[in-house]
Design a protein around this ligand. Sequence first.
Ligand SMILES: Cc1cc2nc3c(=O)[nH]c(=O)nc-3n(C[C@H](O)[C@H](O)[C@H](O)COP(=O)(O)OP(=O)(O)OC[C@H]3O[C@@H](n4cnc5c(N)ncnc54)[C@H](O)[C@@H]3O)c2cc1C
Length: 511
Amino acid sequence: MRQHPAFVCAQCTRLTRSIRWNVSPFSLPSTKRLNSHATQTGRLFRVAIVGSGPAGFYAASHLLAKQQDAVVDMYEKLPVPFGLVRYGVAPDHPEVKNCEEKFTEVATSSRFNFVGNIALGHDLPLAALKPHYDAILFAYGAARDKGLGIPGEEPRRNVYSARAFVGWYNGLPDHRDLEPDLTSGEDAVIIGHGNVALDVARILLSDVDALRKTDISDYALAALAQSRIKRVRVVGRRGPLQASFTIKEVRELLQLPSVSFEPIPKELFPPEETISALPRAQKRLIQLLAKGSTNNPETSSKSWSLQFCLSPSSFEMTPDASQVARVQFDRNYIEPANPYSRSSKAIPEYTESGQPARTNLPASIVFRSVGYRSLPLPNIQDLGIEFDELRGVIPNDGVGRVTTLSGSVNPQNFSAGSPASHLPGLYCAGWVKTGPTGVIASTMADAFTTADAIYRSGLGGVKPEAERLGLRRTSWQDWQRIDEKERALGKETGRPRAKLGRVSAMLEALD
Ligand SMILES: Cc1cc2nc3c(=O)[nH]c(=O)nc-3n(C[C@H](O)[C@H](O)[C@H](O)COP(=O)(O)OP(=O)(O)OC[C@H]3O[C@@H](n4cnc5c(N)ncnc54)[C@H](O)[C@@H]3O)c2cc1C
């Protein structure tokens, strides 16, 4: 493989090994290189991106387009790319996954290098990376979920995190063996009022034949075909005006054939004049919720409901303690001073005798869906990063430069951080920067902001230790071979793809 002299790292001799990994030889583009780092320093600008979800790919795309001498190595812990686009977005939302085409286009750049099956911080120490790159961009998402913090939450038979369930039906190897029991009863309770909760409800209530046309995992399809679940209750601690799900997801559930919707009590809605004055999207959502579904409960085989103003307080088990039987909830009301604001709080309700007002909902299976959470990578402190445990983010200045904890800026309250608090050469983007909120479009905008910050910087040099440690990495071509195999397997059963559910199966497909 031909090497450009500009690749030789001034500080180390291991560059040659890095180059050998490359999908295609790095080459300086023939296009003009105005404002180029290479023209100033005589070498390329090397960027390591940790994570291959939307944040990583959109940052790579922006950086490669803007900075003609930038070279990106994208590290991914799985052998395959795309993060939550592949393993989070619901299988019956294929249009959302169209961004994979854009990402694939990015990966064809001769200045882009996919380094799959390497978990940074776990397989490969972060400190080994640092001297070899001009910039390291953390875009590793949020791979944990938030707990409810109630007694007996973990681990209980048939109480799952929505994150694990979503990973399971989407073929995420971590959750391949979850085996949720969908056959022990007819009642599911989902705790949380966001879009992930509605994704879970929709998958539980959808006709299996409709799911068969998607890339949902085979084993999930088989389990859903056996499911006895007939009623799904989606429970939130506040009211309809404070829910965070959006109209598209509600409408899809309301339109599911043979699934009725239990009307929401009228007293939970504000007066008509308040609804008319709401922002457009919220107004349409509230109007849709008030209208409900036209499906007849008498002729529908399944039903769902939205339950409001309930906070879970404990799980009650069957007499033999083998699995959950019901969930106990404390009742709330919305702070009376401001009941129609999005940010109004839930206040616990008490009985006349001063006890918490309570109610139970039957449940043969429970999913908690109260948000995702990022964790620090092992030994991230070796790079001087003090992970913000409270907010679950890498401290940053809002534009994506990593800062000290005290120099960090809350993204909700954006302002530029003090340059003195920046950790040079370190950046973050996506959910590990902003916290686990927002959709692919907002993640894209955020990744562009960080890429601009990297572009505006301009620092020093190169390459990883994985080969020395004998780690097996996957290349972009490897991913394409896995992709081909999954599509071929899917074709056999008339589906867009059949995902390989284990890392070992993915690697075997390459052998
Ligand atoms: C269940 C669910 C459904 C969603 N549905 C939609 C939808 O329909 N439409 C929409 O617009 N948005 C949707 N979203 C939101 C969207 O998925 C996120 O906005 C987006 O994926 C965040 O991108 P990210 O790159 O920050 O994180 P991720 O997509 O999580 O990517 C992070 C990547 O980093 C990798 N990684 C983690 N640790 C390491 C490590 N140590 N070394 C190397 N790599 C590592 C991970 O494997 C992953 O590939 C959904 C989210 C969820 C959870």
